[in-house]
Write a protein of this length. Sequence first.
Length: 470
Amino acid sequence: MASNGDKPQVSMLLAAEIAELLDKKRTVEARDALVDMHPSEVAELLVELESQQRAMAFRILPRDIAAEVFTELSSDLQDQLTEELTNEQLAQMFNEMEPDDRAELFDEMPGQLVTQLLSMMRPEERRSTQVILNYPPDSVGRLMTPEFISLRPEWTVEQAFEYIRTRGEEAETVHVLFVVDDRGRLIDDILIRELLLADPGATVESIMDDSAIWLNARDDREEAVRMMDRYDVSVLPVVDRDHVLVGIVTFDDVADVAEEETTEDIHKSAAVAPLTEPYLDSSLWTMFKKRGGWLAVLFLGQMLTATAMERFEGQLEAVIVLAIFIPLIISSGGNSGSQATSLIIRAMAVGEVTLRDWWRVMRREVLVGLTLGIFLAIIGLVRVILWQWLGFYDYGLEYALIALTVAVALIGVVTWGSLAGSMLPFLLRKLNLDPATSSAPFVATLVDVTGLLIYFYAAMLILRPVVSGG
């Protein structure tokens, strides 16, 4: 079996073989080779082909396989193939897609083309897509598929199985079934296993346990991630405002959302506007736009650090050794703040912490910050004194006061960093902003400026005789 590192080389070899078959017009052999591959592997192979060969290879794929392969391609390749294919070919391909995948792709296409494609699609496919497109872009409704199996409570198990045999092929999944009333409102869900083990003459209602959980179609899609994780289920029903069952969300859809949200949060936490395309597919201008704005904001924030140092220029001139410990002080505060904000953002994301818990978090972080500050203060105190005694560096006659200044400043800065880092996510959530935007660099910049103030004020108090004498 090839290792992961061999995959690109294997794809290139297969691509070369397919390209040769296409150049020799041996399309049947090329088609047979592509059909035997997984759609994701076909997508990887198409990347290696020339534009003309790629379009030809895509055209010879069966419609159902082409639909799956298309969803695996990057947006750039999708755009290229869209230009190569006729509207009739596109409509045929979209007919074979899952409604939620189709709606996601339509979001990226020009409105006029979407209208043309919808008019050319099968009526039932057009209706299911339009239902999904009517929901907000980041809602559960955009994730769901309307292809599910619904049963009536008065049916017998035997009738239920007859219905499943008739409609099951069209459904996204049959291992979870849904019970609805005569108005289509959700009553309960049932595992196929429960039907298999039940008496054929028993009614569906007799094996219900009324334990269904559901999502509202207008809920934020992150709610689907939380619900599926909390209840450890692979399928969730989706209802409208009247509790009518309108679709289902499956694990693969939610996994994609979880990956996107995690990627977005990682980008935000690093002070980068979220990328909408893969890193290598993003243009230089895109990278500049995504990163330049935040860097400018952070740069302006760091300019306050220079302002603070100018304010205490006299103290620095009198005890120049203070400048040696500036990186140590501000980095300790920034690190503690970044730790706190990362912990709180994650706790909020998984529902461990809510806005109501801000006071508990504040008290906890003050105590944790003090403990960590004292711990680092002891290390800093010992370091200064030890370096003086061992002759590694001469801090002057006032070395004990300098050691005390560093220790006191570390306690203050680390405590403040932990407090600021933990409270910023609460403030942003209160303002209906994404807590992930209280990124580690932003917290670090804030704590850098305030950390310098704490450090220099501590120096003014402890080293007053030295500064006055200077």
